[in-house]
Design a protein around this ligand. Structure first.
Ligand code: GLC
Length: 444
């Protein structure tokens, strides 16, 4: 091209337009860029196990909240230190069981809102070594066992410490001070809590941080951005949950199962098996394995994770009901692993009246069947040809029928699949549809 001045202007102008078009609609923040590059293992993991273990297991009362809400005095709450013995604690068996459940990561409460630390912290003496019957660090052995099983390690850490004199809040009716009145005291608390986080970060190099309790102060008051920056300096790949306010990588809905796909790209539902996070001998209101598996499937179909909680007893044993749930979950996840790990959110429920997931290459569609079908499964609006249909974990090949597809119509027909009763899983059956290419849906 002969480069005249006008031509040059045109080229520069076109380049400018190209540059503008290629810019994302909103400039990606540093935080977003940072998040995306390290979330692969998390989004593929799908299942994690949460562990609430602390003083509260001794009496079997609500973790930290029981004294905060005034159901027991702080003094009596702390008397539980005398019963926290960890006599039968077997961290290797815990990690093994977690692995057996099909979980890919574990998140353990290093310190809840009550301030009781499971490790040998140099900050304060309310910890398992200095101030409990166990008289030893009970966190380190678990972190080692988790790594040995090839699981990712998550550390739960409560920002507030309701037992510390340096902290603002004590109970619902008793606040120690306001930051504006005593900024130096607040500074001391920040040094204290950030010091503990530093210890945890340097000692365990967690793959994931599960912060909690942020609601009592703003992101600015917590100096959350500073905490994030420090953690990333120690381990640039560490993942941080959204409860480090304004500085998290993923959302954490709690107990309430989302009805529709949450806004966040990455999210994890945290949920108890019964009605308590920690061990409570009185709480037998367990969900059945079937109910838990179906909630898990709900997370999968919307592209999210489930963080399922267990609450070991004060002696370190995991309650029988919880062990049984983990084992049945393990049987189901192992059999259906291809429909779980590394999958993406499935198709909208208008196309299949149930939950589904898609393989990473989007060429296999997995349909979840929670009941004994009274007739064939129905898939509508699927443009692809289905090359093969099989029952996952069982191998049985299934046939298909297509109706309402006259030769002159461009509209996909209705796909019917009969699932013989003999192939059904005791919990939820999964059917894999191998498509002739990446999934294509009518109207999408
Ligand atoms: C809430 C509660 C806490 C529990 C946590 C788990 O924030 O304060 O007791 O540990 O949820 O998600």
């Amino acid at each position: 091209m002969h480069l005249t001045l006008t031509n040059l202007c045109k080229v520069v102008f076109q380049l400018l337009i190209l540059l503008l078009i290629s810019l994302p609609t909103h400039a990606q923040t540093e935080l977003e860029k940072d998040s995306l590059s390290k979330m692969d293992w998390f989004s593929e993991a799908k299942l994690g196990i949460f562990i609430h273990w602390g003083l509260y297991a001794v009496n079997g009362i609500d973790e930290s909240w029981s004294f905060y809400n005034g159901y027991i005095s702080h003094e009596d709450y702390l008397k539980q230190t005398a019963g926290f013995g960890a006599e039968n604690y077997d961290p290797k068996a815990w990690a093994k069981l977690i692995k057996e459940s099909g979980a890919k990561y574990a998140v353990i409460t290093s310190k809840h809102h009550d301030g009781f630390a499971l490790w040998d912290t140099q900050f304060g003496n309310l910890n398992a070594v200095d101030n409990s019957k166990a008289q030893r660090d009970v966190l380190t052995p678990f972190t080692k066992a988790v790594r040995k099983e090839g699981l990712k390690l998550g550390i739960y850490y409560s920002l507030p410490d309701w037992s510390s004199d340096l902290y603002t809040h004590f109970t619902t009716t008793d606040m120690r001070y306001k930051i504006a009145d005593e900024p130096e005291r607040w500074q001391k608390f920040k040094d204290y809590y950030q010091g503990q986080i530093d210890e945890l970060s340097k000692t365990y190099k967690p793959d994931l941080w599960w912060f909690d309790g942020d609601w009592e102060h703003s992101a600015e008051e917590w100096k959350a951005a500073k905490v994030r920056a420090r953690l990333l300096t120690d381990n640039s790949k560490t993942i941080i949950n959204s409860r480090l306010p304004k500085n998290g990588d993923y959302g954490t809905p709690e107990q309430g199962v989302p009805l529709t796909k949450p806004e966040e790209t990455f999210w994890e539902l945290c949920m108890t098996m019964n009605d308590s996070w920690g061990f409570q001998h009185n709480d037998h209101n367990y969900k059945t394995p079937n109910q838990i598996i179906r909630i898990f499937i709900d997370c999968l179909r919307m592209g999210g994770n489930l963080l399922l909680d267990i609450g070991p007893k004060a002696d370190g044993t995991i309650p029988e009901e919880q062990v049984e749930i983990l084992k049945e979950l393990g049987r189901w996840t192992e059999k259906h692993s291809e429909a779980i790990y590394g999958t993406q959110a499935g198709i909208p429920t208008d196309y299949y009246y149930g939950a589904s997931t898609l393989s990473k290459d989007r060429k296999t569609l997995y349909l979840f069947v929670p009941h004994k079908p009274n007739g064939p499964l129905v898939v509508r609006g699927l443009k692809n040809k289905v090359n093969r249909i099989r029952v996952v974990g069982n191998g049985t090949k299934l046939s298909q029928q297509i109706h309402n597809k006259p030769y002159w119509s461009a509209k996909p027909g209705i796909l019917y699949i009969d699932v013989p009763e003999s192939t059904l899983d005791e919990q939820v059956t999964v059917i894999a549809l191998l498509l002739d290419g990446e999934i294509e849906l009518e109207g999408k």
